[in-house]
Design a protein around this ligand. Structure first.
Ligand code: SF4
Length: 360
């Protein structure tokens, strides 16, 4: 690294390069995450992390960046919009029980690779300009408190739903970080603009936002359909509706998302019409089809068993048709224990609805 470097100028340059690489914004945070650490410990103490043991395992590393990368002095935080243009609106999907509602961030290519590639290029640009320096890039892949860092870097504020919100772009964006030993001057933290609004808390289908900034993962459809490897608790199955991979409801109702900026990234365009597909069509994918069609997609990480589990719940919440009942019964013959239990639940729900329609 050069001596007598103009770090102010370098910081300006880093932000320009980030924009040139396709990020919508970059900012700088210092490494004091003690406030976020207190929040994390309180959240863990309340068991809101469900069985995500990794959240507790790397405790201090999350809020003490130098434990993750020694000599870290500052953090470059970036954001990348992901909402593709021209999608069937999520609100319409959740009102059509035969359709599959998939969280909008997961429709295209796995964002980890997209952001990591861009972050590496940004680090290479800095390296080219100033010579060797210490750094490590992160994209939701290590114990990093990315929302707290982004908030400190001036990219937005943490809303009551616990996502980051930006006053010019809403919340449909990914975050990434470069931990570095460069002494860059931190940006101003953005102020809080939720005001008295509580829309996300009121409209969460499973009441998972138990208090402002407090999401209980044990109730959250995103956790239940993605991280959770076991059964979906029966008490949440009806509320899940047709949300078979994640849930965007708290973002959908947020007034700040009227400022959503559409992504220009081809990689985030939906694959296999995942933005507007019938549950039944997805349920009939074989394991081989699932593996082929989700190659390079975030959806793949849940595996075929959880995929079928989620779809079975979605079908149980759809309208009873002969085609659906036949598909469920056929799959029952080969399904493993976990999926079979969800299929049986779905069949019982559909039969109940049939009975009600006859008697009512
Ligand atoms: S819905 Fe309202 S309370 Fe929730 S994050 Fe958006 S502005 Fe904040």
């Amino acid at each position: 690294m050069q001596q007598n470097l103009d770090y102010q100028q370098l910081k300006t340059q880093i932000k320009i390069w980030a924009l040139e690489l396709g990020f919508q914004q970059a900012g700088i945070s210092d490494i004091d995450l003690s406030e976020a650490g207190e929040y994390l410990n309180d959240w863990l103490k309340k068991q809101y992390h469900a069985d995500m043991e990794y959240m507790a395992r790397h405790g201090e590393k999350r809020y003490q960046p130098a434990q993750l990368l020694p000599n870290t002095l500052s953090i470059i935080s970036v954001r990348l919009d992901y909402m593709p243009d021209g999608l069937t609106p999520y609100k319409m999907l959740i009102q059509q029980p035969s359709k599959a509602a998939i969280s909008r961030y997961a429709l295209g290519r796995d964002y980890h690779k997209v952001i990591r590639n861009k972050l590496k290029k940004l680090a290479q640009k800095i390296n080219h300009e100033i010579g060797e320096f210490g750094y490590r890039v992160f994209t939701d892949s290590a114990p990093v408190m990315e929302k707290a860092i982004a908030e400190k870097a001036g990219l937005g504020w943490i809303g009551k739903h616990s996502n980051l919100l930006n006053s010019k772009a809403g919340s449909y964006f990914f975050l990434g970080e470069i931990y570095t030993d460069l002494p860059l001057e931190p940006d101003q933290k953005q102020s809080f603009h939720c005001g008295t609004c509580t829309q996300c808390i009121q409209d969460c289908p499973t009441d998972a936002i138990v208090a402002p900034f407090q999401v209980d993962a044990r109730r959250c459809i995103s956790y239940l359909t993605i991280e959770n490897k076991g059964p979906i608790p029966v008490k949440f199955r009806q509320a899940m509706g047709n949300r078979i991979y994640g849930c965007d409801d708290c973002q959908m109702v947020c007034p700040w998302n009227k400022f959503t900026q559409h992504s220009q990234e081809q990689d985030f365009q939906p694959r296999h019409n995942l933005d507007d597909t019938e549950l039944l069509a997805l349920f009939q994918w074989t394991e081989q089809e699932f593996l082929e069609k989700t190659l390079g997609s975030p959806v793949r990480r849940i595996g075929y068993t959880a995929w079928q589990r989620n779809l079975a719940v979605g079908l149980g919440n759809s309208k009873p048709t002969q085609a659906t009942l036949t598909a469920l019964k056929n799959k029952l013959e080969t399904a493993d224990k976990l999926v079979a239990e969800h299929i049986e639940w779905a069949i019982s729900q559909l039969k109940l609805k049939q009975l009600k329609s006859i008697s009512g």
